[in-house]
Design a binder for this molecule. Structure first.
Ligand SMILES: [Zn+2]
Length: 149
């Protein structure tokens, strides 16, 4: 059984990618709970937050935090969730470490409610909306000495 996120990292599976480099990849969730729902993946395969080494955790979380900042400060989202699920019991579906960044444009009713399949038009809108600010991702990685560039 092949890991879908490993396939995405290798470019064998399509995804809407906002950023790729320095050990992480940021994609749009295929089944977003809100407009702009992102996933930050580690490029290497680890089952979850309980398995990834600290350096990988740091890269992924700092990128997720940069995205949270972009949503709150640059794009005016009134709220954002940054969350990871570890284990079936916790709702993990893909067993490759990833952190969800979920902007909240209106009050949360049920955390995962409203999931639906991402449409191409919406995906392109979201990428256009974030791209002007995406340099913050590199800035955060550079601050921690995690960027090659
Ligand atoms: Zn994987």
């Amino acid at each position: 059984m092949e890991c879908v996120f490993c396939r995405i990292v290798r470019g064998e599976e399509e995804s809407y990618t906002l950023y790729k480099g320095n050990g992480v990849q940021v994609i749009l969730d295929k089944y977003p709970v809100s407009k702009g729902h992102l996933l930050v993946l580690s490029e290497e395969h680890y089952e979850g937050v309980h398995e990834a080494p600290p350096e990988v955790l740091a890269r992924v979380w700092v990128v997720a935090s940069a995205l949270a900042r972009i949503y709150r400060v640059n794009l005016g989202a009134p709220g954002v969730n940054v969350v990871t699920n570890s284990g079936v019991t916790a709702g993990q579906v893909v067993f490759h470490f990833h952190v969800h960044v979920i902007p909240r444009w209106s009050q949360v009713r049920g955390f995962w409610s409203g999931r639906r399949e991402l449409e191409k038009g919406e995906a392109e809108e979201v990428l256009d909306m974030i791209k002007p600010y995406a340099t913050l991702i590199e800035e955060y990685l550079i601050t921690l000495g995690f960027s090659e560039s």
